[in-house]
Design a protein around this ligand. Sequence first.
Ligand SMILES: [Zn+2]
Ligand SMILES: [Zn+2]
Length: 394
Amino acid sequence: MERHRNKHKMGIFGRRRSRGSTPKTSPQTSYRQLDAAPPKGSPQAPTIQGADAAPPPKGSPITQVTPGAACRICLSDEGELITPCACRGDSAHVHVACLARWARSVEPRVDAWRRCGVCLTTYSGAGAVALAEEFLGRSLMKESRYVPAARHALGAALLNCGDARAAATLERALREKRSYGEDGAAVAAVLNDLGIASGEEERFREALEIYASRSMLESKDAACARLNLGNALCRRGRYREAKHEYERALSVLTQMHPGNDADVAKALGNLGVVADYDSRLDEAVAYHKRALAMQRAVFGRDAISSDVANSHDNLGVALGHRGEYVEAERHLEACVEMRRTLPSQERMVVRALAKLNEVRARRARACPQAPQRAPAASRVAETPGVVLPYIPTF
Ligand SMILES: [Zn+2]
Ligand SMILES: [Zn+2]
């Protein structure tokens, strides 16, 4: 324990445990189609997500809009355009109102309120919150059975933005789902998100109990809950227990996806993080390299996603801890670059910049003769740690 305490005295680049802040999520990948009426007790698709996304600073635009950009639906360039999903190029920008109109036109396809029909990523950022609010408003007005699902969608969108209202919203979604007589995987999915919002490890355990009672412990949803439980344990310094949960999750995910897979990569990344926290640096670097290679195989070599950004981030940190500053810098630079083009990552950019500056400072101290680079612009005073990918389910 003493060892852990000492670690927290390390500088900005030192690993630290969470200060109890809300773990956040960012947009990412796999999402099974949510049917209009999922059979009771059927697993709701987990959205394996990347790391801590953060809300844009107040008053800032939702995202940087490229000059000449136009809405992919109405083709107009008037009004505020957002980039809520992974679509890029001509399809990158859209109006929230246009997405809402589309979602209304395909009702009762509830997934249209929550994810892009083209790239299939979950909407993120303020646009996702606005859509979920409208979805909830419509569901309440029609007293439809989608109220709990809509409330969950809103809670998940708020969580994604790092909005403090997420926990209360998810709590209410949980009550609503239960009052509708649900007690299966749909409830477990809310518990999982609530665990992320509240940081309470017990929520993940409750979710896992539900999966166990339904013989679903070998499912992807359960594996995700386990990864999140591992993160909660990791944040409390219970590295051995965390590692155990990550390994169990990895084993389930590897059985489901024997080849390269985004979720397996995420589990590898989590194992890398706990190894780093636990000062097993060689292991940490190896895990992060494997995760990055796997993500490149899955998303493509030049893919820009929060998963890949997380891997660069974590690999850069682990390499920095190992004293390999040049390579660490390269990965942290790639991370910063990537996060700058992703929605809702403003705070993550700031954190990555702080890590990059710390690596540069350490390199300068370790090798004073080396040419110095100007510090990257950063506004942070807080101490960034390693990125723990939380895995929301939906
Ligand atoms: Zn439009
Ligand atoms: Zn898209």
